[in-house]
Design a protein around this ligand. Structure first.
Ligand code: TZP
Ligand code: MG
Length: 224
């Protein structure tokens, strides 16, 4: 598995700090709204778009591929990183920059073997999961840590870990920590104060009434 291309890319200074996670179900399958929202969010300063289809009504692979290719084009134009949730085939086929996986998805090691050029993000909810993923760390662009707060968006979300849980995982982490779960304009500051290097959000962005302001607040970093 060595040398590690992800580490090489990581050193080129990519910014994973403000991630919009979105699928068609998050905008009630309104495609016009979906693409307009993503483009506006990219222009407003989102640094990563992660395409994630989870619902029972989710489009089939070919339809997801056409959506993903259109998203990739928006991201290319706006210099935004483009990730796919879970699906390594879709990430490869759409020319994505990265793939985000959970603890029960395709293993990090197998992604590195198959598509060494992809950035990889991994969800970590507990210290136990962190310990179990230690050997993956050198291959990761970031870990997604949470849910920090209660979320209604992910039906099978694990229990919220709170700001303390986030701080504990940040203290152990050797890669950027991207906080997720119930993060919004109001609590983002506390999330950064607890040690997050960045945030990922679905509802606070997709339901925002003022995208520019929301993304400004989600992007605030520790130096403020
Ligand atoms: N993983 C952990 S919580 C979550 C995911 C995908 C959902 C985040 O959605 P929201 O609306 O930002 O709480
Ligand atoms: Mg997953």
């Amino acid at each position: 598995l060595w040398p590690n291309p992800n580490q090489r890319l990581k050193r080129s200074g990519q910014d994973f700090s403000c991630q919009l996670i979105i699928g068609l179900e998050n905008v009630a399958f309104d495609r016009a709204k979906f693409f307009a929202l993503v483009e506006k969010a990219c222009l407003a300063g989102v640094t990563v778009v992660q395409y994630r289809e989870k619902g029972v009504e989710r489009p089939d692979f070919l339809e997801q591929l056409s959506v993903a290719k259109a998203l990739k084009e928006i991201c290319r134009k706006t210099k935004t990183l483009f990730f796919i949730d879970d699906n390594v085939d879709l990430a490869i086929a759409s020319g994505a920059d990265g793939v985000h996986v959970g603890q029960d998805d395709t293993s990090v090691q197998s992604i590195v073997r198959r598509a060494p050029e992809l950035f990889i993000g991994l969800s970590v909810s507990t210290m136990e999961e962190f310990e179990a993923s230690r050997e993956d760390m050198p291959y990761l662009a970031y870990i997604g840590v949470g849910p920090v707060f209660d979320t209604t968006t992910k039906k099978d979300a694990k229990p919220a870990i709170g700001l303390n849980g986030l701080a504990v995982l940040k203290a152990a982490a050797t890669v950027p920590v991207i906080a997720i779960g119930g993060i919004n304009e109001k609590n983002a500051k506390a999330v950064y104060q607890a040690g997050a290097d960045g945030v990922a959000a679905i509802s606070s962005i997709t339901k925002s009434k003022n995208l520019v302001k929301t993304i400004q607040q989600l992007s605030q970093s520790q130096e403020e």
